[in-house]
Design a protein around this ligand. Structure first.
Ligand SMILES: Cc1cc2nc3c(=O)[nH]c(=O)nc-3n(C[C@H](O)[C@H](O)[C@H](O)COP(=O)(O)OP(=O)(O)OC[C@H]3O[C@@H](n4cnc5c(N)ncnc54)[C@H](O)[C@@H]3O)c2cc1C
Length: 411
């Protein structure tokens, strides 16, 4: 049980990004008048990450354009930022967060919004021109290395998940010669299943991408001042020289600072259906593995909308306390922009769901595919059909059967 946080109590938010900012905004909108302190490891005020693999990476947008708010909005919300500072520990008994400068922050309510950090390819620590993309600084670093390599730089992207695929498409769009490597037999097979994974592979190839699947990396060789700054060596002996390498092999939730705190850690921060992780402690965004209402199963979702909606929901629930809290039960949604195609999905698919394409095809660049989870509609994937996608939202929210979804498709 968690009591409501009193209106003049101190709320500490750890993680100065989307979920943390939305939580802070929400407590202010709900009338909380006490201090709201946001601790963030990055030096930047909260900014939007999706453009980092798209418009900012291509140079179409400046970094200034992706701030969630201008400083005057932060002032209006009366948020106290502690940036460039890392939380290192949590004591839920005394209600205090320890920081890397030795300071302690006492709280009446705590929001955990530390997101996730990119997985590093073993053996690449400290290698020049080898990047992972999570932060604005990463994005600007990649951009600088691309620019320094001159016209048509050679780029190898390791991992054809959403971010790797976007990076590859964006780099190709600015004239780079890109090779995209994937360990599985298709991109995204584990997320979207085989048929839609194959469709993603077709999309890459139709756009002229050199996509190589079922590839195993042996090691990377570094020669920063030579003609081939990095060489990716595959286990079949192939050598792929590159000016820039971007590794996109997934993320892990940022929970190291919570070890031993008493907050349950299991693929992120384990939360109940209302995002409570402990007394007066809530979590949201990429870090939260919450008990999804109606499913009996935990879910951790790495999508923008989940972080935005979860952040707001956990802020409201923190103020309300567990007795008056509202279950967090969104219809999951994500998008990915690759080449001129917008891939969008609502719902959470299982990789072994049956997939039925009800209109269009990958070749046409327009498609609607339904995922069957037992007798129910589990998820809907579209290519460049945003209006059609949203037509299925009420069905998913109402737990519609697969037959109802098919009838909707034919209507
Ligand atoms: C390049 C890129 C492109 C993306 N594109 C899309 C897209 O097209 N569509 C989509 O749906 N989603 C996309 N996403 C995913 C989306 O951006 C994330 O789901 C969202 O940012 C998660 O927000 P968050 O606040 O939970 O975590 P994060 O954004 O990861 O923020 C967590 C913050 O906490 C900080 N932190 C971590 N540990 C500590 C600590 N101990 N102390 C203090 N601070 C700490 C981190 O430095 C970070 O600033 C993309 C992500 C990336 C990286």
């Amino acid at each position: 049980m968690s009591d409501p946080v009193s209106p003049d109590g101190t709320i500490v938010v750890v993680g100065a990004s989307l979920a943390g900012l939305r939580a802070a905004e929400e407590v202010r909108h709900e009338g909380h008048s006490g201090p709201v302190v946001i601790v963030g490891e990055e030096i930047h005020v909260p900014y939007d990450r999706p453009p980092l693999s798209k418009q900012v990476l291509s140079g179409k947008w400046d970094a200034e354009r992706i701030g969630h708010h201008t400083p005057d909005v932060h002032d209006t919300l009366d948020l106290e930022f502690r940036l460039g500072r890392r939380a290192t520990g949590l004591d839920i008994a005394t209600r205090a967060v320890a920081c890397d400068d030795g300071s302690e922050l006492a709280y009446d309510g705590l929001v955990i919004a530390t997101g996730a950090a990119t997985r590093r390819l073993p053996g690449t620590e400290g290698m020049a021109k080898v990047w992972m993309l999570r932060t604005l600084d990463d994005c600007l670093g990649i951009r600088a290395d691309l620019a320094a390599a001159g016209d048509a730089p050679r780029v190898v992207v390791i991992g054809a998940g959403f971010i790797g695929s976007e990076v590859a498409a964006t780099c190709q769009g600015i004239g780079a010669r890109v090779t995209l490597l994937e360990a599985h037999h298709t991109p995204l097979a584990r997320v979207l299943g085989d048929p839609m994974g194959q469709m993603c592979a077709d999309l890459h190839r139709a756009n002229g991408m050199d996509l190589r699947c079922s590839v195993t990396i042996d090691h990377l060789e570094s020669d920063p001042t030579g003609p081939d700054p990095v060489t990716v060596v595959l286990d079949d002996g192939a050598h792929l020289p590159a000016d820039v390498v971007v590794v996109g092999i997934g993320v892990t939730p940022s929970v190291d600072w919570l070890t031993g705190s008493g907050v349950e850690l299991d693929n992120g921060v384990r939360c109940d259906g209302s995002l409570f992780a402990a007394d007066r402690v809530v979590a949201a965004g990429d870090v939260a593995n919450w008990l999804r209402p109606g499913t009996g199963r935990p879910a951790r979702v790495e999508h923008w909308t989940n972080a935005a909606e979860g952040g707001a929901a956990c802020g409201r629930n923190l103020l309300a306390g567990t007795a008056a809290a509202t279950p967090f039960d969104p219809v999951p949604f994500f998008w990915s922009d690759q080449y001129a195609t917008k891939i969008q999905m609502i719902g959470l698919p299982n990789a072994d769901d049956e997939v039925v394409v009800v209109s269009g095809s990958g070749e046409e660049g327009k498609l609607v595919a339904l995922y069957r989870a037992g007798d129910q509609l589990g998820a809907v994937l579209t290519l460049s059909q945003p209006a059609k996608l949203m037509g299925y939202r009420p069905l998913l929210a109402a737990g519609a059967s697969f037959d109802e979804a098919l009838a909707h498709a034919r209507s």
